[in-house]
Design a protein around this ligand. Structure first.
Ligand code: FAD
Length: 460
């Protein structure tokens, strides 16, 4: 039974819930946008050609529509990423991009009708010849090569020695080339795309694609320029792990939900590509600052210790759907691997400020005890909340109170396998193998998938 206090808490949390589109509803407009060019082509009633030609045109029409919609998936639009989470958005983006690319890359080779520079004057429907002028050939080739380069460099990014920022710049540039030259090629070479309805359709999709670039690289930075932050403090808090605190310079801070993340840019112009995603570790109720827990990984994170207080910072966010607001639960389990504890700390701190009465378990795994952050605060939080913290350490020193090992199905079973497990909410954040193993273990003890919310820090 829920007590009145608990009821009160839920109402409070629900009240702050941002409006989110149900994930399943996103797939309907997506499929609709892919099929629209086929419907518009079919409606033209042109004589049917050989099936290979029709298949080739159909693949090109749908795949080009899909590629243009990809811009929306990578454009940091909250109506998408808040709804399905940024990592699902990015995985969707990657998988779709790869499949659509295969369609686009093979489509020129499927045509069996001869290609001519100019179709015969009597073949007005393009039924017996495919008209391919110099312009349509060159535009198609540029889009085709840019697409191939974009996908190959994305797939093999981890193996390359270049920086993430350089890759991101080249990825955006290649995407622009694909959109513009693909559009020109479609209008010039497409048998169906010359029709006014399809011209309008392609123009609208290309317009949206270009707007996403403008949004991310110009409009958002202008907004950030007007709402700067400054670094308040930087300090080491654990092995190769830092706490970075920023505060709004003009008093204006973002309105986020506990567990969400932002793209953080420290010491660079908001128009530069030097920004990284980090979960906010402070509670939304602490409106005068944003705190981050950052682990050293690469160029930026290894240089955190050199950042001076007072350095200007910019924040793009909030993003992500790892958030507790609006989700019902009898109890809350937070399962963190290493620095994955950052968004869960925000949730814990918020629950503390709201004097939540529900049982909470924090399962916190690390390789060595030196990696554990905020032990004292976690101890303090246990006094104000019905919180149990279970430390799991891979290499515990002799006499350690922590559970030895990793967060695996056995550990999940032991700590979280309670009779009412299905009515709890589970937030999981950490390395991908840990997330997958925890998700499987939770499903195995009867937790419905909808009660499990996870986020990974790397999309590759
Ligand atoms: C949603 C989310 C939340 C995160 N929260 C935290 C956190 O709270 N604490 C923490 O320590 N780490 C967090 N990370 C990971 C953090 O973003 C990376 O460790 C950091 O960006 C590495 O930057 P670098 O320059 O030091 O290393 P690099 O060598 O430049 O990057 C290492 C890897 O980080 C990722 N990365 C780098 N820049 C970006 C970018 N602009 N956009 C997307 N991915 C990028 C890429 O996968 C890259 O291969 C989070 C990541 C995501 C996606």
């Amino acid at each position: 039974m829920m007590g009145p206090l608990l009821q009160g808490n839920r109402t409070k949390l629900n009240a702050g819930r941002p409006w989110r589109l149900p994930p399943s509803l996103l797939i309907v407009p997506y499929v609709g946008l892919l099929l629209t060019p086929l419907v518009l082509a079919y409606a033209q009633g042109l004589p049917t050609r050989k099936w290979q030609d029709e298949l080739s045109s159909a693949l090109a029409l749908s795949a080009f529509a899909g590629l243009l919609i990809e811009f929306l998936l990578s454009g940091r639009f909250r109506f998408i990423s808040d709804c399905i989470g940024i990592d699902t958005t990015m995985r969707f983006h990657q998988l779709l991009a790869r499949s659509l690319t295969v369609f686009i890359l093979v489509h020129p080779f499927l045509y069996v009708t001869p290609m001519m520079n100019h179709p015969f004057p009597w073949d007005t429907t393009g039924q017996h010849t495919l008209g391919l002028t110099g312009a349509s050939f060159v535009t198609g080739l540029i889009a085709w090569l840019a697409l191939m380069a974009m996908v190959l460099t994305a797939v093999f990014r981890e193996q390359s020695s270049g920086s993430y920022e350089a890759w991101r710049f080249s990825h955006g540039l290649a995407a622009l080339l694909v959109a513009v030259f693909g559009f020109l090629h479609t209008l010039a070479a497409g048998r169906y795309s010359g029709h006014s309805y399809l011209v309008y359709y392609w123009s609208a999709l290309v317009g949206i694609a270009l707007f996403t670039l403008l949004w991310v690289y110009a409009l958002k930075p202008v907004w950030q320029l007007r709402h700067p932050y400054v670094v308040r403090s930087v300090q080491p808090i654990a092995l190769r792990t830092w706490e970075l605190v920023v505060e709004p310079k003009n008093g204006h801070t973002i309105d986020f939900s506990a567990g969400q993340f932002v793209w953080l840019n420290v010491g660079h112009s908001p128009f530069s590509l030097c920004e990284n995603p980090f979960s906010v570790a402070s509670a939304p109720a602490s409106t005068d600052h944003l705190a981050f827990v950052i682990k050293e990984v690469g160029d930026f994170t290894r240089s955190i210790g050199q950042i001076e207080p007072g350095t200007v910072a910019h924040v793009d966010g909030p993003h992500g759907n790892l958030m507790i607001d609006g989700r019902e639960a009898a109890g809350i389990a937070l399962i963190a691997g290493g620095v994955g504890v950052a968004p869960l700390l925000s949730i814990l701190r918020q629950l503390r400020q709201e004097r939540d009465r529900r049982p909470i378990v924090l399962l916190y795994g690390n390789r060595v005890p030196e990696q554990i952050v905020y032990t004292e605060e976690l101890c303090e939080l246990q006094k104000g909340l019905d919180l149990h913290v279970e430390y799991v350490v891979g290499e515990p020193p002799p006499g350690s109170q922590a559970r030895a090992g990793v967060i695996d199905p056995e550990c999940v079973n032991d700590i979280l396998g309670r009779p009412d497990a299905a009515s709890w909410l589970y937030f999981v954040c950490g390395p991908l193998p840990m997330i997958e193993s925890v998700e499987q273990a939770l499903l195995a003890i009867g937790v419905p998938g909808i009660q499990i919310v996870s986020e990974r820090f790397y999309y590759d």
